[in-house]
Design a protein around this ligand. Structure first.
Ligand SMILES: [Zn+2]
Ligand SMILES: [Zn+2]
Ligand SMILES: [Zn+2]
Length: 157
């Protein structure tokens, strides 16, 4: 297994266990501090390909701008059109790690963690190093889908 997959799985297990444990024993949920928390708490194994149902960085997501999203927008740094992401905090468009890594640089400069792919309308959290899917992301995913395919996400019309 790849190192990145192992790391993602650790983070996932950690977060799932925090949620499940806090629900089952009635104590206040453990606060996830910073990005360095990857301690495995034991418990069930889950597949790393599943998006996280929640992550501590969801509050960074800002409402979609009134003009909506443009899935055809070029990278704001290098102008590449092939594979761009949009930052869900400031809505800047930057290219992927497979082009010139400008979204990764954006994250390093700004610490904005939540980004949406115009390729497959998925949301990645850089801090958790994992895909995330949560109702708080529906507005942005819907706006991206509307721009790319001319219609809202299924069930969002
Ligand atoms: Zn770029
Ligand atoms: Zn940003
Ligand atoms: Zn996160």
């Amino acid at each position: 297994m790849l190192q990145a997959e192992l790391k993602a799985m650790d983070t996932f297990n950690y977060i799932v266990n925090v949620i499940f444990r806090s629900e089952s024993n009635g104590r206040a949920p453990t606060v996830v501090e910073g990005c360095g928390v990857k301690k495995r708490m034991g418990g069930q194994q889950l597949f790393a390909v599943m998006p996280l149902p929640w992550c501590p960085h969801l509050p960074e997501v800002r409402p979609v701008p009134a003009e909506g999203l443009d899935s055809q927008a070029p990278c704001s740094t290098c102008g590449d059109l092939s594979e761009n992401w949009v930052c869900l905090t400031c809505y800047k468009v930057e290219c992927s790690r497979f082009v010139n890594e400008h979204m990764l640089y954006h994250r390093l400069e700004t610490e904005h963690n939540m980004v949406l792919s115009y390729s497959d309308i998925s949301v990645w959290c850089y801090c958790c190093d994992h895909y995330v899917d949560n109702a708080a992301l529906s507005e942005a995913k819907n706006a991206a889908h509307l721009s790319k395919f001319g219609e809202p996400l299924p069930g969002m019309g």
